[in-house]
Design a binder for this molecule. Structure first.
Ligand SMILES: NC(=O)c1ccc[n+]([C@@H]2O[C@H](COP(=O)([O-])OP(=O)(O)OC[C@H]3O[C@@H](n4cnc5c(N)ncnc54)[C@H](OP(=O)(O)O)[C@@H]3O)[C@@H](O)[C@H]2O)c1
Length: 456
C-alpha cells in the first residue's frame, strides 16, 4: 500500500485553507502548515511552521519532507500585491525543487481573456511561474468560491439585504461560481493523483451574473426583491470604499474583487473533470452552494393544521420507470404539465414579485435544489419519494409529494398536495383555487404515468 502523501499548506489560516487542512487531517494525511502568527483551532497533530511566505527560508522549512504542497496564499490587501505574489511564487517553485516536493497544487482564478483586472492577471502570473518550475504543478482555476466565511460571500450577502441597490454595468458580467465543498473535493483529489501539470478550470454547474447572484441570495434569505437602480457611474472604487466602511471586508480586498467583475469570468481552459474525478453525487447546485455559504437550511414543512389531498393513479410501468418520470420533471425537457396552466401561474407570480415559473433544474435534483417554481424539500431514492415545496408567492406553504410505489406487475403513483395557510387569506385561497387545482393536479398525475409508460 502506498503511504498517504505528506502535505504542506500555505495560506492555511484563510477561507479555503482552513477547510482543506480539516479535510486532510480527517483523512489521516500528515500535514504541516505555514502560518504568520500562532493560529489556534488546528487539530493537535498539525505541524505549524511560523513564518512568512515572502521568506525563502520559511518556504524551504515548510516544504521539507512534503510530497504535495498547496499554495493558497494571496496578498490582496497590499498595494503591490502582484509584486509580492510573484516573488512568493518564484521562491516557492525554487523551495519545492530544492526539497524534492512531488506536486504543487495552486488555487487561482480563471485565466483572463483580454484586458483584465490586475488581480486576475496576477493570479494567472502565479500559475505561469509555478507551471514553468521544475516540480509538476497544477493550477486549479475557480471564479467565485461559495462557502461560509469568504470575502466574496460576505459582500454578496450584504448587498442582497439592501432594499435599494445600485446596479452598475459590471454587475451584469457572468461567472460560474462553485461550491466550497466541490473545491475541497478537487484539492483532496489532486493530492492523491500521480503528478500532474497544467491549468484546469473548476466551475459550478450554472452560469450567472453577479446581479443574478445577488437576487438569488436575496430569495434564499427570504428578502423582498430590492429596487436595483442602473448606476453607470458606480465604479469599483466607490463600491469598495462603501464595502470597507459597512462590512468586515477591507476596501483594499473588495476593490480588486469588484474590478475582476469587469469581464465575464467563464472557464476557458481544460475542465478539471478531465483529470480528476467529479464529486460523488455530481457538482453541487448553485442553490445548495449558496445555502451552505449563507447558512440557510431547506425550510422544513410547517407545523399546524393543513389542507391535504391525495390522489393515486396506477401505472403499468415498473416502479423505477415511474420514479424516473417523477424525477425528470422540470427544466426545459420536463415542463410541468399542463404547460399553459403553469405558464400562466408563473406569469402571475412574476407580476407579484415571485420567482416565476421556469428556473430550470439541476441534472439530479436533491434537497435544497430548485426545480422551476419548486424547491426540493426531500428526496428519498430508496422509497422513491420526492417532496417539493412551492416557491411561488402564496398565502401559505404548499407542498407536493410524488411517490412511486410497487403495485402488482406495475406501480402506483401517489400524489399528495398539502397546503398550510399562513393567514385567513390562505383559507380563502385554498377554497377559491380548488376547482382549477383539481384539474391541474389530475392532469399532472396522468402525464407522469403516461411518461413512465412511454419510457423504454
Ligand atoms: N475565495 C474565493 O472566492 C476564491 C476564488 C477563486 C480562487 N481563490 C484562490 O484561493 C486561494 C485562497 O483564497 P482564500 O479566499 O482562502 O484567501 P484568504 O481567506 O484571504 O486567505 C489567504 C491566506 O493567505 C495567507 N497569507 C497571505 N499572505 C501571506 C504571507 N505573506 N505569508 C504567509 N501567509 C500569507 C493568509 O494568512 P493570514 O491569516 O496570516 O493573513 C491566509 O491564510 C487564493 O489563491 C485565491 O486566489 C479564491
Amino acid at each position: 500500500m502506498t503511504p498517504a502523501p505528506r502535505c504542506a499548506v500555505l495560506g492555511a489560516t484563510g477561507f479555503v485553507g482552513r477547510a482543506l487542512v480539516a479535510d486532510l487531517a480527517a483523512a489521516g494525511r500528515p500535514v504541516r502548515v505555514l502560518a504568520r502568527a500562532a493560529a489556534p483551532g488546528f487539530p493537535r497533530r498539525i505541524g505549524v511552521t511560523l513564518g512568512d511566505a515572502t521568506d525563502p527560508g520559511a518556504l524551504e522549512t515548510v516544504c521539507a519532507g512534503a510530497d504535495v504542497v498547496f499554495h493558497l496564499v494571496h496578498s490582496l490587501g497590499h498595494a503591490d500585491f502582484a509584486g509580492r505574489d510573484r516573488a512568493i511564487a518564484q521562491h516557492l517553485a525554487a523551495a519545492a525543487a530544492a526539497t524534492g516536493v512531488r506536486q504543487l497544487v495552486y488555487l487561482g482564478g480563471p485565466r483572463p481573456s483580454a484586458t483584465t483586472s490586475p488581480h486576475l492577471a496576477s493570479r494567472s502570473e502565479v500559475a505561469g511561474i509555478l507551471l514553468d518550475g521544475e516540480v509538476p504543478a497544477i493550477a486549479l482555476q475557480a471564479s467565485m468560491i461559495l462557502g461560509r466565511g469568504s470575502a466574496g460571500v460576505e459582500l454578496l450577502s450584504r448587498t442582497a439585504r439592501l432594499p435599494v441597490r445600485p446596479r452598475p454595468r459590471w454587475t451584469t458580467r457572468r461567472s460560474r461560481p462553485v461550491a466550497l465543498a466541490d473545491v475541497r473535493h478537487y484539492l483532496r483529489a489532486a493530492a492523491c493523483h500521480p503528478p500532474l501539470r497544467g491549468r484546469f478550470d473548476i466551475s459550478g454547474p450554472e452560469t450567472i451574473s453577479y446581479d443574478g447572484l445577488v437576487r438569488r441570495c436575496a430569495r434564499l434569505l427570504g428578502r423582498p426583491a430590492a429596487l436595483a437602480l442602473p448606476s453607470p457611474f458606480w465604479s469599483h472604487g466607490t463600491a469598495a470604499r462603501i464595502a470597507g466602511l459597512t462590512s468586515p471586508v477591507p476596501a483594499a480586498v473588495a476593490g480588486p474583487l469588484f474590478a475582476s467583475l469587469e469581464h465575464d469570468l467563464l472557464p476557458a481552459d481544460t475542465p478539471v473533470e478531465s483529470v480528476l474525478p467529479p464529486p460523488p453525487g455530481g457538482p453541487t447546485s448553485l442553490d445548495n452552494a449558496l445555502r451552505a455559504a449563507l447558512g440557510v437550511p431547506v425550510p422544513p414543512a410547517p407545523a399546524g393544521p393543513a389542507y391535504q389531498e391525495e390522489r393515486t393513479r396506477p401505472s403499468q410501468a415498473a416502479p423505477h420507470r415511474l420514479w424516473q418520470a417523477i424525477t425528470a420533471l422540470g427544466g426545459d425537457h420536463g415542463r410541468f404539465p399542463p404547460a399553459p396552466a403553469w405558464a400562466l401561474r408563473g406569469l402571475l407570480d412574476g407580476l407579484l414579485g415571485g420567482p416565476g415559473a421556469y428556473r430550470g433544474r439541476p441534472h439530479r435534483p436533491v434537497a435544497g435544489d430548485v426545480v422551476d417554481f419548486w424547491t426540493v424539500r426531500h428526496r428519498d431514492d430508496t422509497h422513491r419519494e420526492l417532496v417539493l415545496t412551492a416557491d411561488m408567492r402564496l398565502p401559505g406553504d404548499a407542498e407536493l409529494t410524488l411517490r412511486a410505489d410497487p403495485a402488482g406487475p406495475g406501480s402506483l403513483l401517489r400524489q399528495r398536495v398539502r397546503f398550510t395557510p399562513a393567514s385567513p387569506l390562505g383559507h380563502a385561497y385554498w377554497h377559491l383555487q380548488k376547482p382549477a387545482h383539481d384539474r391541474v393536479f389530475a392532469w399532472l398525475a396522468r402525464s407522469i404515468v403516461r411518461d413512465a409508460e412511454d419510457r423504454p
